[in-house]
Structures are given as structure tokens and as C-alpha cells.
Design a protein around this ligand. Structure first.
Ligand code: PLP
Length: 379
């Protein structure tokens, strides 16, 4: 018999939909896959070169569990310059994608019956990881345009609330938290001694408002916050599996200790590549961002011609769009009839919507939207 923990786990619904799309593709159907949350660009060449160089130099051994010092120093420099948070290298841990750091953070902070406030729509991983830590995810439903306010959290607070999860810009909505609300959320957390886990993986992909890190607001909130980030989205490095967390020394050391008994360090070669990502030219990033921006404008333009209701995303590379009917059925039928794969809102604890990623080529988006338009004329 499998453990209770694993029996209670729901596997990633996005990956499940992606699998269905791939199966149809293998059968020869012309599938347009708009499910996945990864840039369609390959990793910039200078980053790949740094990995090759590390291999040639024999950097093929275990590293410190928390990551090589030059990388943690560069991450500390990045936090200071871009996020205005002062972390020392020992307040940073590098791991196997930000997913692992999130997992570690929940594991080291949560006990049975502790509660974590998770605003929805949300990425399902948070919910499942909280359950894996034997704690309780408390969903905080948001209304369109899905911008979290401190007042949304208040009715869901309890003496058991241990963590508030923030994800701005958000997967799946692209919504961002306004700075005045971030200040109020920080004050609420300070007053009640609640930890914040702030997943800032989409910080560089914003289309107007600048991203603000909650830990930069003041020293009191810095002491309660674990800031999660990684190289996957901003540097097109999803396959390399390099993420990092900054936070109070005690928590970061605990996360590193946990990692020392699970995966140990993430790939040594990848860590050297990550150093090059931070120190080398940032031009490829700008190019990717411009391309995403063009696609976003294109999708807005095309969606406006339909009767589908949506809010323009402020960040990340997703649209979260209302479905005219039951979202699961709608998405399934769209896949079966038009071979366009998108993810139903059920996967983000918010039925009645679907998530469409625009981290896909312009041709795919053009064709995908053409088919969606065709589909809604007769569905
Ligand atoms: N956080 C959010 C909000 C995401 O959408 C994703 C990936 O889809 C991740 C974290 C995981 O990224 P990583 O590749 O760093 O594990």
C-alpha cells in the first residue's frame, strides 16, 4: 500500500494535459500545444558555453549543498541590485529549480495542522506541497482581475495561519500585487508573526508595473520572508534545474540541511552556467522579453475579436480566460476537435476558466487562436 501522503497527492494537471496533447501529436494530429509554462527559446549561447567550460575544467564533483560560493555571491548581488534586499551569501540556498526550494521551505516551516493561505487562482504545486508537509492549504478565492489585496486574506486568517503564499506576477493569471497592498500584507504578517513565501519567478516578465519584492519593504518583513526565484523563466533555463531562495539564516540553513539528506547540490555544471547568466550580457533577456511582449499584444488583439472574457495579464506569459461553459469539457472538446491544448481552470483551483500560455511561437499562436475562434463559433 502506498503512503497516505502520496495517495493524497494530485499529480501536476498541467503536465497531464501536456501528456494528452503529446499523445495526440504522436498519433499524427496537428496539435498546437499552449499548455506549458516554459519559454520556447533555447538558453542563450554564452550560458551554454560556461557550462561547457566548467565540464572541460573538471567541475564535475559534488559542490557545497547550498551551492558554489561564487553563485551565491552573485545571487546576493542580484538581490541587492534588482530587488533591494540585503542577503549575505549564507542567507541563500541554490537547489533543483525553484520547485525544490518551495518544497524545502514548506517542509522546514510547517507542522501538522498549520495553515497556509494560498490566493486562487493558483499554481497547483503550492497546494500539493503544503499537503506533503502535512499542513492545510487554505484557499483564498480572488475575484477578477485577481489582484490580491490584504483585505482578501483577513477573513481566512486563524491562529493556525503560519504562512501566506505570494506569487506576483502570478501563474496562471499574470496579475500583480500593487505596492500599497504589499505594504499592508507585510504589516499584517508582522503584526501576527506569519511567514511569507514570495515566489518571484516571473519578476522580469512584467508589462507595465515594476515588480516589488516584499522582503525589500523593511527589516521586520525581511525576517519573515523566504524569497523564491530561479533561472528557468527569465533565462530560458527550465531544463537546467537551478532555483534559489533567500531568507533568514536559520530557515535557509534548515532548508540546506534538508537538501543535504535528499538531493544534495543541484548540478555543478548548471551552477557555473548560472553564474554566467548573472554576470554575462543581459541582452538575450531583453530580446526574449520583447518577443513575449509582441505576442501578448497579438493575443490581446485577437481575443478582443471574440466573445471570450479576459483580463489583460500584467506579467508572466499566460492568459487566464473565461470559458463559455464547463471549463473541463470545453478544454477537452477543444483538444479533441481542434487539437488545441490549453489548461482548464480546475488545475488552478478555479473552474470556469482556461489558461493559455503565450510562451509559444507566433505561428503557433496565430494558428491556435484561429482554431479557438473557429471552435467558439459552433460550441
Ligand atoms: N513558480 C511558479 C509560479 C511556476 O509557474 C513555476 C513553473 O511553472 C515554478 C515556480 C517552477 O520553476 P522551476 O523551473 O524553477 O522549478
Amino acid at each position: 500500500m502506498l503512503s497516505k501522503r502520496i495517495r493524497a497527492l494530485s499529480p501536476s494537471p498541467t503536465l497531464a494535459f501536456d501528456k494528452q496533447a503529446k499523445e495526440l501529436q504522436q498519433k499524427g494530429h496537428p496539435v498546437i500545444n499552449l499548455t506549458l509554462g516554459e519559454p520556447d527559446f533555447t538558453t542563450p549561447q554564452h550560458i551554454c558555453n560556461a557550462a561547457i567550460e566548467a565540464l572541460q575544467k573538471g567541475e564535475t564533483h559534488y559542490t557545497l549543498t547550498a551551492g558554489i560560493l561564487p553563485l551565491r555571491e552573485k545571487i546576493a548581488g542580484k538581490f541587492l541590485k534588482e530587488n533591494k534586499i540585503n542577503y549575505s551569501a549564507s542567507e541563500i540556498v541554490v537547489g533543483v529549480g525553484s520547485k525544490q526550494l518551495l518544497y524545502n521551505a514548506f517542509q522546514v516551516l510547517l507542522d501538522e495542522n498549520d495553515e497556509v493561505l494560498i490566493p486562487t487562482p493558483t499554481w497547483s504545486t503550492y497546494v500539493e506541497q503544503v499537503k506533503l508537509a502535512e499542513a492545510k492549504p487554505v484557499l483564498v478565492p480572488l475575484k477578477e482581475p485577481f489582484k490580491l489585496k490584504a483585505a482578501d486574506l483577513e477573513p481566512y486568517l486563524s491562529p493556525k495561519t503560519k504562512i501566506i503564499l505570494l506569487n506576483s506576477p502570478s501563474n496562471p493569471t499574470g496579475a500583480m500585487i500593487e505596492q500599497d497592498e504589499l505594504i499592508k500584507i507585510a504589516q499584517l504578517a508582522i503584526d501576527k508573526g506569519i511567514y511569507i513565501i514570495s515566489d518571484e519567478i516571473y519578476e522580469k516578465l512584467t508589462w507595465g508595473n515594476e515588480h516589488v519584492s516584499i522582503a525589500s519593504l523593511n527589516e521586520d518583513i525581511r525576517k519573515l520572508t523566504i524569497t523564491i526565484n530561479g533561472f528557468s523563466k527569465s533565462y530560458a533555463m527550465t531544463g537546467w534545474r537551478i532555483g534559489y531562495a533567500g531568507g533568514p539564516q536559520k530557515i535557509i540553513t534548515a532548508m540546506s540541511n534538508l537538501q543535504s539528506q535528499t538531493t544534495s547540490n543541484t548540478s555543478s555544471i548548471g551552477q557555473f552556467a548560472a553564474v554566467a547568466a548573472l554576470t554575462g550580457t543581459q541582452q538575450p533577456l531583453e530580446r526574449m522579453k520583447n518577443e513575449f511582449s509582441k505576442r501578448r499584444s497579438f493575443v490581446i488583439h485577437e481575443l478582443e475579436k471574440t466573445r471570450l472574457a479576459f483580463t489583460e495579464p500584467e506579467g508572466a506569459f499566460y492568459f487566464f480566460i473565461k470559458t463559455p461553459t464547463n471549463s473541463k469539457d470545453w478544454c477537452n472538446t477543444l483538444l479533441q476537435e481542434q487539437f488545441v491544448a490549453v489548461v482548464p481552470g480546475e488545475a488552478f483551483c478555479t473552474p470556469g476558466y482556461f489558461r493559455m500560455s503565450y510562451a509559444s511561437s507566433m505561428e503557433n499562436l496565430e494558428e491556435g487562436l484561429r482554431r479557438i475562434k473557429q471552435f467558439i463559433t459552433h460550441y
